[in-house]
Design a protein around this ligand. Sequence first.
Ligand code: GDP
Length: 200
Amino acid sequence: MGNHLTEMAPTASFLPHFQALHVVVVGLDSAGKTSLLYRLKFKEFVQSVPTKGFNTEKIRVPLGGSRGITFQVWDVGGQEKLRPLWRSYTRRTDGLVFVVDAAEAERLEEAKVELHRISRASDNQGVPVLVLANKQDQPGALSAAEVEKRLAVRELGAATLTHVQGCSAVDGLGLQPGLERLYEMILKRKKASRAGKKRR
Ligand code: GDP
């Protein structure tokens, strides 16, 4: 996975060297967050036991001249008591990855509520969002376009950069292009905020 991201490094030349980017991976339980992380970490599908609550798996993917992207995984939904906890962990994140099980249409409404709640939390406003419509290897999985519609991603607001990507932790398809788009969105936001500061 490093190759593609390394090729993109020139566009990141304004990023201070050794700056680490922090990305939080959230989604309902069983969406496939841990499996996607393991795919990134070990480059293969690792059968995992679905975690209830939160899982603080943290991995670092090296990229260009930066120290890499750290991914941290949190389950959300159905656990009111844990909310204040993960909220404090999503603070000041560079990007949000929201994972949904595209083969489980019945839970997309619940996922939509959580996605909008997280993205609109004061600390996360304007943070780029990559939605991963996972489990595309499953027959009947909804397409990225359908997931985008059902989650009302476009209603997250004009100030929030978003992208919806179909993917599968089983074969790894879609993961790389999705992360590249997230990286581009993070750089775009950083550039815009630097330009905004200069004007002030
Ligand atoms: P988490 O709770 O979001 O971390 O979900 P897990 O990564 O533990 O995955 C939940 C279940 O879905 C596990 O049984 C995984 O093996 C399975 N799973 C995860 N990703 C995929 C995928 O892309 N395709 C298929 N078919 N199964 C997946």
